[in-house]
Design a protein around this ligand. Structure first.
Ligand code: SF4
Length: 248
């Protein structure tokens, strides 16, 4: 049964199909909710918390929370934006992200969020972790210095490529993406055409031999802010309830 429900998101009435998450309904309505671990066609994971919204006053992840009739969802408030900005800052300091020398620069979702949230320099101390680079594979490399543990490669390799190349090992600050050979990527059946390669939002999994094929300045987020593809679909009218957006 194609039941349709409605709820309030950022002061506008939004429709959702039964079973849709808040994130999916927002996307279809042209309201952008930032996300990193969530990706279309991948099972929701709810790990990065960047899509945090307030549902009836309570913090929830929009990628896992089902839309329900009559709920009031706050997405673009100062409080929510401040939470997301801090999460992005923490992701930057927790790894080693040197954008100026990264092949993913301009196509990197983490970098694009730094621009969207106006982050000039993180307010948290850099951790400078000692992380491994696996360049053993002839066509692909993993630079764990840039990994944000979003799990998109894990889910994509398992559900889209049918290979189960990646999984997380260890806990806390020692958590990392491992490969199923337990040794090197070269020992797996990973292929440069695998969808898991394209799923990485940052420069942690990269194809070799194609570096800087598209020049800096001509890449996806050099032209448009992240999320603008969804926001360009927006055609909703406010219900009268509005929020102050202070993107600082
Ligand atoms: S390697 Fe990339 S896709 Fe995989 S968990 Fe790390 S950041 Fe996410």
């Amino acid at each position: 049964m194609n039941q349709t429900i409605s709820f309030i998101l950022d002061g506008v009435e939004v429709s959702a199909k039964a079973g849709q998450t808040i994130l999916e309904a927002a996307d279809e309505s042209g309201i952008y909710i930032p996300r990193l671990c969530a990706q279309k066609d991948l099972e929701p994971y709810g790990s990065c918390r960047v899509c945090t919204v307030f549902v009836n006053g309570r913090a929830q992840t929009a990628c896992t929370q089902p839309a329900a009739p009559g709920i009031v969802v706050e997405n673009n408030t100062d409080t929510v934006l401040a939470i997301r900005k801090q999460i992005i800052e923490m992701l930057f300091v927790e790894g080693n992200h040197f954008c100026m020398s990264c092949e993913k620069s301009g196509n990197c979702e983490l970098q694009a969020f730094a621009y969207r949230f106006g982050i000039l320099a993180p307010t948290f101390p850099y951790q400078f972790p000692d992380r491994e680079v696996d360049a053993s594979h002839p066509d692909i490399l993993i630079d764990r210095n840039r990994c944000i543990l979003c799990g998109r490669c894990v889910r994509s390799s398992r559900d889209q490529d049918g290979k189960n190349i990646f999984q997380f090992v260890n806990r806390g600050p020692h958590r990392k993406v491992a490969v199923n050979s337990q040794v090197n990527l070269a020992d797996t059946e990973m292929n440069a055409a695998d969808k898991a390669v394209d799923m990485c939002p940052v420069g942690a999994i990269l194809r070799k031999h194609v570096g800087f094929k598209i020049p800096i300045g001509e890449r996806l987020y050099d032209h448009q802010p992240i999320g603008s593809d969804i926001e360009s679909k927006r055609s909703l009218q406010p219900t009268g309830r509005t929020f102050t957006v202070n993107n600082k």
